[in-house]
Design a protein around this ligand. Structure first.
Ligand SMILES: Nc1ncnc2c1ncn2[C@@H]1O[C@H](COP(=O)(O)OP(=O)(O)OP(=O)(O)O)[C@@H](O)[C@H]1O
Ligand SMILES: [Mg+2]
Length: 858
């Protein structure tokens, strides 16, 4: 039965106009919303056909809640399109196992992992860009409320960038889910709504005329009696699905006389239920036994299911089953799904729900177990089925098998940065752990699950949760290597929280447990210990650890690890101002990374080498290296990396005294970081801009940027960056004579410096206090603070900071009229900046020297 499409002229017109815009290069995105059965899917389908006829490439997909596989709907739709058009897949998208090259992300700081996710999203975006370059694209995602977190992030990401693509994006969801408390879906929609790049089209119920047409087509006449139409309209509230079900039920009960074109009974005698679900239950109650049996098995399998699996679950022969299926299709319960395999699906969600809830609990358990077994037989090796198989086994009471598959699914989700799915799967396993009787298996599951949970929590900066999870795993772990491994993992969230001493204690504990001849293990842990010292700003100690780590890794002979240690050692030496050695090690690291084609690593090497070159005064070569790094970051879709390069270029320009250019690049960095939601980069860029504007005495703008830096740092709990920002605000207020405010911010900066134990930050806090005191003209006190800062910088070997503090101290001496002292410091700083070609600073220093001369004349 073909029910004509009615009453959506307004929506079609609006969407057609959007099509026009898309064609001319300005992409658009819309939500399609409304209650269950209002016609969202129908509108998507009708409009997709319309778009296809008008030359759009149409990608239609649907999210299904029980699948929970990251990016599955979009990936499936793309695969289908590719196979239809026999195009080779331009990019390995979606389930690419992006974490597999662990060496590249060994020092996986949270922001690095967030970058990995962005990388994945960028690849999708790139793919859509490519697709839409030949023809405009319509991407329609139905039932978005059931989408996995990966698909939701992708949808969000596309809406942010859609105006740059020749692409129309539609996402349909049912209102009820939006009101159902907080979850990833609700959060995503709220975020999208704030950004205003994806307006919602809300569908309204049928008018009386619409109802008349639809009923007419079901009943087989164009002249449905008017009072009957009115009555149905009133009872159903014009809900299309309800209207349709009423029509079907009247046909099935033979209550309409087609010749007479009227009801055989009085309308008031027909029992119309007051909800569509009750209506559906009434209809299924009248089905014969065999049909009911099949329908139940279908419902247990899910909203979408494969013919083979259904057949095996039911143990029914093809002929009988096919007959029942044909019958279910004609009566509108199920229809053929799209896709490669022979699949079917429930036409309407309420139908699935009504059938599923009508099955008794013991029968449901039996059917789920069978479904799990059949799915495992057919697809046990395919990752996209793992979550589903696990679900069936759990619901079928097969806990061991359920846990095994859920853990596999959690691992897979984590590899794709689908954190929510990973956490959900882990939590399901944790719930059943007490009921698992095999002790060895239970221990194994406990360790695996809590480790995964810890990894997932860590990636999204939920450090306390990550610590709890790793500790739960440690509690049951007995094997030495497992324990060591877990301790290394446990050290990361402590590092992230800024509990550096705790982090070091854990790592040293793990180090002590290593076997004498475990060179690789020693190399690894020493490298991490070095990293923690680097975070503390204790660069001498860091370098010492890296050197030891290098010895160990050379003994172990694992080349990639050696390369990573070279890189770290080079970076550490740079902090110490030992530029030549730094360059040597960074270049060696680069060589190894090149040999193993670790692209992101190569880009990282170029970036760090450029930083060293800059400090050596070879600005041109530094810029060339930044270009290399940028190119690779672009190639692998790591635009966060691109943003970092912009930031570093800005530093170069500011060193050269080209402030306008510096601002331009920092703004580029900031724009990208905001767009992709990269909080660490955003904080850094905003902070840098704050400093630029403060330099130009535009205090209002500077303050805004500092506040943005603070907000972004709070988002990912970066105490170090918060300390820096508060120190900057203190200077800003002092410069404006607001000393009380300045004191307040100084206290906060100091608090964070002490909390993180970060020496570099402590130095910054002292310098800021020196600045503030200088504005207050408390010279002696100010001098003391600067000297404290210099002492710290000496201790940790931060040469550039020593010189910039010398410059600050010189300004103090000028104000204090101690010109000789000032001059000496300025010359020392000048020599240094000449060495590194810091024209901007040299200019500033020369200005101060001139001031001394003028003052002395008077
Ligand atoms: N504009 C329309 N003209 C004719 N029939 C319609 C129209 N809109 C919806 N219908 C019919 O009503 C029924 C329910 O519509 P549809 O499945 O599109 O609703 P939905 O909003 O997607 O529901 P759900 O929230 O369950 O996904 C379908 O059988 C569909 O064919
Ligand atoms: Mg629908």
């Amino acid at each position: 039965m073909n029910i004509p499409f009615v009453g959506r002229e307004k929506e079609i017109k609006l969407l057609s106009e959007a099509m026009g815009e898309v064609r001319s290069g300005r992409g658009r995105a819309f939500f399609i919303t409304g209650p269950v059965g209002i016609g969202k899917t129908r509108l998507l389908r009708e409009f997709s056909q319309h778009a296809e006829k008008n030359g759009f490439v149409v990608l239609f997909c649907r999210a299904i809640d029980e699948k929970a596989v990251p990016y599955l709907p979009v990936k499936d739709a793309l695969d289908e399109y590719m196979s239809k058009h026999r195009e080779e897949q331009p990019l390995p998208i979606g389930l690419i196992g992006a974490l597999s090259s662990t060496q590249e992300v060994e020092f996986a700081q949270t922001n690095v992992l967030a970058r990995e996710k962005t990388r994945l999203l960028e690849r999708y975006l790139g793919l859509f860009e490519k697709l839409s370059s030949s023809a405009p694209v319509l991407l329609a995602i139905d039932d978005l409320h059931w989408a996995d977190s990966g698909t939701l992030s992708l949808f969000h990401y596309i809406t942010r960038n859609v105006s740059e693509l020749r692409m129309l994006v539609l996402g349909a969801y049912t209102d009820e889910y939006f009101r159902g408390g907080r979850n990833t879906f609700v959060d995503t929609v709220q975020h999208i709504n704030i950004e205003r790049k994806c307006p919602a089209i809300t569908l309204h119920p049928f008018t009386v005329d619409d109802v008349s047409v639809v009923l007419g087509s079901i009943l087989g006449t164009w002249k449905v009696p008017e009072d009957f139409v009115y009555a149905v309209h009133r009872r159903t509230g014009g809900n299309p699905l309800f209207v349709e079900e009423v029509g079907r039920s009247i046909v099935e009960q033979g209550l309409f006389d087609i010749n007479e074109r009227k009801l055989k009974v009085n309308f008031s005698q027909i029992q119309l239920p007051d909800s569509v679900k009750t209506m559906i239950s009434q209809r299924i109650a009248n089905l014969d036994e065999n049909t009911t049996k099949v329908l139940r098995a279908c419902a247990v399998l899910g909203r979408e299911f494969e013919y083979e699996v259904l057949k095996n679950t039911l143990e029914m022969d093809d002929e009988t089953l096919l007959e029942v299926i044909d019958n279910l299709i004609t009566t509108g319960y199920i229809d053929q799904g799209e896709g490669v395999e022979e699949t079917y699906r429930f036409v309407h969600n309420p139908m699935w729900e009504v059938v599923y809830t009508s099955i008794s609990a013991p029968r449901r358990r039996m059917l789920h177990k069978k479904a799990g077994e059949e799915l495992e037989k057919a697809h046990g090796k395919e990752r996209k089925y793992w979550s589903e198989i696990g679900r069936h086994y759990f619901l079928g009471g097969e806990l061991n098998k359920g846990a095994t598959y859920k853990i596999l699914a959690a691992e897979d989700a984590l590899t794709n940065y689908a954190i929510e799915e990973c956490v959900d799967a882990c939590e399901e396993v944790i719930k059943v752990l007490p009921n698992i009787s095999d002790n060895d298996f239970k221990q194994d599951c406990t360790i695996k699950t809590y480790t995964l949970l810890g990894d997932a929590r860590y990636i999204v900066c939920e450090y306390d949760e990550a610590i709890t999870a790793y500790e739960s795993a440690l509690k049951v772990a007995t094997d030495r290597n497992t324990r060591i491994n877990l301790m290394i993992k446990l050290s990361y969230p402590h590092l992230g929280k800024g509990n550096l001493d705790k982090c070091l204690a854990i790592l040293e504990g793990a180090f002590g447990m290593l076997a004498e001849n475990d060179h690789a293990g020693r190399a690894e842990i020493l490298k991490n210990i070095g990293w923690a010292y680097e975070k503390k700003g204790e660069f001498l100690k860091a370098v010492e650890c890296y050197k030891k780590s290098l010895l160990m890794s050379e003994k172990a002979g694992e080349e990639i690890t050696i390369g990573e240690v070279y890189h770290r050692l080079g970076t550490g030496l740079w902090y110490l101002g030992e530029l030549k050695d730094a360059l040597r090690f960074l270049e060696r690291g680069l060589e190894i990374r090149k040999k193993h084609n670790l692209k992101k690593g190569i880009a990282g090497s170029y970036n760090n080498i450029a930083i060293v070159l800059k400090d050596m005064g070879d600005i041109l070569k530094a810029m060339e290296y930044y270009e290399y790094a940028k190119k690779i970051y672009e190639e692998i879709g790591d635009i966060s990396g691109v943003a970092t390069v912009y930031h570093n270029l800005a530093i170069i320009y500011s060193l050269l005294g080209e402030d306008a250019k510096a601002i331009e690049f920092d703004k580029k960095d900031l724009e990208i970081s905001r767009r992709i939601g990269d909080a660490p980069s955003q904080a850094l860029a905003a902070y840098a801009l704050g400093e630029c504007y403060q330099d130009m005495k535009d205090y209002a703008t500077a303050m805004n940027y500092y506040n943005e830096a603070i907000q972004a740092s709070e988002r990912y709990d970066d105490k170090r960056m918060l300390g820096w920002s508060f120190a900057a605000l203190a200077r800003l207020h002092a410069e404006n004579g607001k000393f009380d405010e300045a004191e307040k911010y100084l206290d906060m900066a100091m608090k964070y410096a002490e909390a993180t134990g970060n020496k570099e930050l402590l130095g910054v806090a002292y310098t800021s206090r020196g600045d503030v005191l200088l504005y207050e003209k408390k010279f002696e006190a100010s001098e003391r603070e600067y000297q404290k800062a210099i002492e710290i910088y000496r201790e940790v070997g931060q040469v550039e900071s020593i010189q910039s503090t010398n410059y600050a101290l010189a300004k103090l001496y000028i104000a204090w009229e101690k010109y000789e002292l000032a001059r000496r410091l300025l010359f020392e700083a000048r020599d240094f900046y000449i060495k590194i070609n810091g024209k901007g600073m040299i200019k500033k220093i020369d200005e101060e020297l001139k001031r001394i001369e003028e003052n002395e004349k008077i």
